[in-house]
Unconditional design. Structure first.
Length: 142
């Protein structure tokens, strides 16, 4: 065989070996990149899950706070209603006491001959007095 043909065959084999090595290392690099990407995606997914769990806890805590605030507001409304009812009762009691006081005062005025009331006017006597300034007789009521 001619040495030139041998060199051509050797050259073709070397070129094929280089192409094969390039393909092999290219695939290996691609697989490594894909594996690295899968690991990064897994870590990212884990971070997202952790944040979702934290968000869920925060959401539940906010809901609990909102429910507690709502319960406190309802309790305050009930207390306000109770105080309104108590105030109305006190007003009614005060009104009753005022009426009772006015009735007692009216009864006392009716008993007292020195107080001018419709009933006492009929019981009063008329007196004739002399007014020292005028020298005349005037009618006075007691």
């Amino acid at each position: 065989m001619d040495p030139t043909i041998i060199w051509i065959i050797v050259g073709i084999i070397v070129v094929l070996a280089i192409i094969g090595a390039a393909i092999y290392f290219g695939r290996k690099k691609k697989e490594q990149h894909a594996e690295r990407q899968r690991v990064e995606d897994h870590h990212h997914a884990e971070e997202m899950r952790q944040k979702a769990r934290e968000n869920e806890l925060n959401t539940r805590e906010r809901e609990a706070d909102a429910n507690q605030a709502s319960a406190e507001a309802e309790k305050a409304e009930v207390e306000a209603e109770r105080l309104r009812h108590e105030a109305e009762q006190r007003k009614a009691d005060a009104h009753g006491m005022r009426d009772e006081t006015e009735n007692r005062t009216r009864e006392a005025d009716q008993l007292d001959p020195n107080v001018d009331t419709d009933q006492n006017r009929g019981k009063e006597s008329r007196h004739m007095d002399t007014d020292p300034n005028r020298g005349n007789e005037t009618e006075t009521r007691r």
